[in-house]
Ligand binder design. Structure first.
Ligand SMILES: C[S@@+](CC[C@H](N)C(=O)[O-])C[C@H]1O[C@@H](n2cnc3c(N)ncnc32)[C@H](O)[C@@H]1O
Length: 280
């Protein structure tokens, strides 16, 4: 295991997270005993733009029903469940953080999706899968924790079948400028490896991918966080608890993490970028 990985896993590991998610949903009237995947969508999509971003990324992948899809850095499983439900994919998720793998597995079981989604613990940089074992792969907001983009791309190229699509949706650096920590993916700079779209493209093409499409989503990201702030302010003004959202998976310092990433997005230093790659 590369040396930064234990620290990264600790950064994401939040005590009692599954129970917190379930309790927060129950408070809003969700029937936890009969959970549906859609009930989780505000809290199990751990990336900018939530379910809307996953839908848009997936929409570009052209998956056929039954396609074997790999979700690299699958978190608590929201994007994997969405892909299984909406594109009919058979999804395998891999994630570094054992507690996320356990929560993803449990939430899939609770939502009757254990057959279509499975989750394993492991590193994106050394995946326990055979060569050419997936039709497609996706990675959402994980590359910022990966020190070696070339290794990510070579591993993705290795496990994909020829012609396979790899959809990337990561926070990337658009210009120079200091970041203030913590941010949602890193407690401090030792675990943050934000790279430019150019870095991703060169790593990808060096590993046999061609770039099919690319889209910067800076304005979308700024709007996403503005909407979260507006919801929180409205709830506060009414003396209510804000509805559960992605902040739940960010832990106690969620507000600081959101403020710091918002500053970098508004300053044009960072933006989420979609890159659609095809092997060969
Ligand atoms: C911001 S979350 C995104 C989770 C998920 N992709 C989503 O969009 O809901 C980043 C995830 O990357 C995982 N991660 C970080 N470094 C990793 C690595 N080297 N290999 C696999 N997963 C990793 C973390 O454990 C965490 O679950």
């Amino acid at each position: 295991m590369a040396t930064v990985e234990p620290g990264v896993a600790r950064h994401y590991d939040i005590a009692g997270l599954e129970q917190r998610i379930l309790a927060a949903l129950a408070e809003t009237g969700v029937d936890i005993a009969h959970l549906r995947a859609g009930d989780l969508e505000a809290v199990d999509e751990f990336h900018i733009g939530g379910i809307a971003a996953t839908r848009e990324l997936l929409g570009q992948m052209g998956l056929k029903p039954g396609a074997r899809l790999l979700d690299i850095g699958s978190g608590v499983g929201g994007p994997a469940r969405f892909a299984a439900n909406n594109a009919g994919a058979d999804v395998t998720g891999i994630d570094l953080t054992q507690s996320y793998v356990d929560i993803a597995t449990s939430l899939s079981k609770r939502t009757g999706m254990a057959e279509k989604t499975r989750f394993v613990q492991g590193s994106a940089l050394d995946m326990p899968f055979a060569n050419a074992s997936f039709d497609a792969a996706m990675i959402l907001h994980v590359g910022m924790n990966l020190s070696d983009k070339k290794k990510l791309m070579s591993e993705a190229a290795r496990v994909l079948k020829p012609g396979g699509v790899f959809a990337v949706y990561d926070v990337m650096r658009l210009k120079a400028g200091a970041l203030t920590y913590p941010v949602p993916w890193a407690s401090n700079e030792t675990m943050s490896f934000v790279a430019t779209p150019d870095d991703y493209r060169s790593a990808a093409t060096a590993c046999g991918f061609s770039v099919v499409a690319e889209r910067q989503r800076g304005a979308f990201a700024v709007e996403f966080f503005a909407a979260i702030r507006a919801r929180m302010a409205a709830a506060q003004a009414e003396g209510k608890k804000p509805a559960p959202g992605v902040g739940l998976v960010m832990g106690e310092d969620a507000r600081t993490k959101i403020a710091n990433i918002t500053a970098a997005l508004e300053g044009g230093i960072l933006a989420p970028v979609e890159l659609l790659l095809r092997l060969g």
